[in-house]
Ligand binder design. Sequence first.
Ligand code: ADP
Ligand code: ZN
Length: 431
Amino acid sequence: MYQPDIENMKLPEIRKLQSERFVKMVKYAYDNVPMYKKKFDEAGITPDDIQGLEDAHKVPFTVKDDLRQHYPYGIRAVPLEKIVRMHASSGTTGKPTVVTYTEQDMDTWTTLMARCYSSAGVVKGDIVQNCYGYGLFTGGLGFHYGAEKLGATVIPISTGNTKKQLMMLKDMQSTVIACTPSYALYLAEAAEKEGYNAKEDFNIKVGMFGAEPWSEEARKRIEDSLGIKAYDCFGMSELYGPGVAVECKEQNGLHIWSDEFLVETIDTDTGEVLPEGEKGELVFTMLTREAMPLLRYRTKDLAVINYEQCACGRSHPRIMRIKGRSDDMLIIGGVNVFPSQVEHVLMNIKGVGDQYLIIIDRDILDSMHVQVEVTPELFNSPDYDPAGFAKKLEGELQAVLTVRARIELMDPGTLPRSEGKAKRVHDKRKA
Ligand code: ADP
Ligand code: ZN
């Protein structure tokens, strides 16, 4: 589903299209969603004040709580009869946030998903083993319909049942795997344990990985152990689901499909729009969504956007890897740290396994407690010196991230594995 006329638009053309769509969307939201009329009234503006992208900063933000307050049927611009699908976020804290789709929205989302696959080199004839969860979570059905639209064959296996996943990978000779990166790591480990030789027994060439932050080191491990190319995909249920941004063959940043999404980067504390290239919170406006318009939606995801032309030919701006959400940031002895940065440091060290868990058990943190699995090779080696190895990891975290850590080495296979989004932080204060 390569769409060169859209994918290869130059930045000024993209801006022009975005500007037209933005102005239209603002008016549509104002006219059809009471919440937006109220927000505009409170801000003392009307759609007439928004003449193009240069006025975007005047538009009030939308936040997750706005969605929660519109439980159960969401922020809606159309009558229920026009809604053909709904999904909901996991809702671990309180009521889930519900998102709705019209037929046109489904078509847009599915097309974007197909574009994502094609950006990673997936073509008609490929066999996609889809291990994202089917259900209210947008991952399963999003990756499913996108693959079908592309003309690929989908195996809708959903999450879990790792032995069966491995059997299917071998028997069906799946060429594409779609799942969270943490599950891919687990699959690779499980394959070895079950006696498969992943590179010989399986035929996977591409992995479509997303839904959680992961590091460059995790990518290397997945690519090496499964013999595949691992692509990063980004999305969230509020923005249709997966399919908002994806890597191309360059694997250097995720192109945001900017005919459908306007992205801005803001300072999380002040809400000010930051200059291009500065790290901040990503704010998205959906440019054509019919059922549930979202203007300037604050994602809490922190990243840098790169507006340079990519070597692949696309000019759609790129998200340089998402470090994590502002909610997940830890402050250790005054230093801001994301779990993905800890992963980056640890997985670079030979002997460190694929699983780790950061444990928080005090209000004021001056050092962190990290449980880290060692690889079976190290564990079984006669030279294994746990005390020395733990010290080495602590030294490395101190050197690279300037944080103090207490490392607790774990035997291989003892930390919990995840089938969906991995839980990398255990906050005992919230337990
Ligand atoms: P839920 O709220 O149910 O977990 P989502 O699946 O919509 O629902 O979660 C979206 C969030 O997942 C994003 O805001 C982001 O924090 C994270 N995420 C999704 N894809 C990626 C990715 N490729 N890299 C890093 N984080 C991601
Ligand atoms: Zn590119």
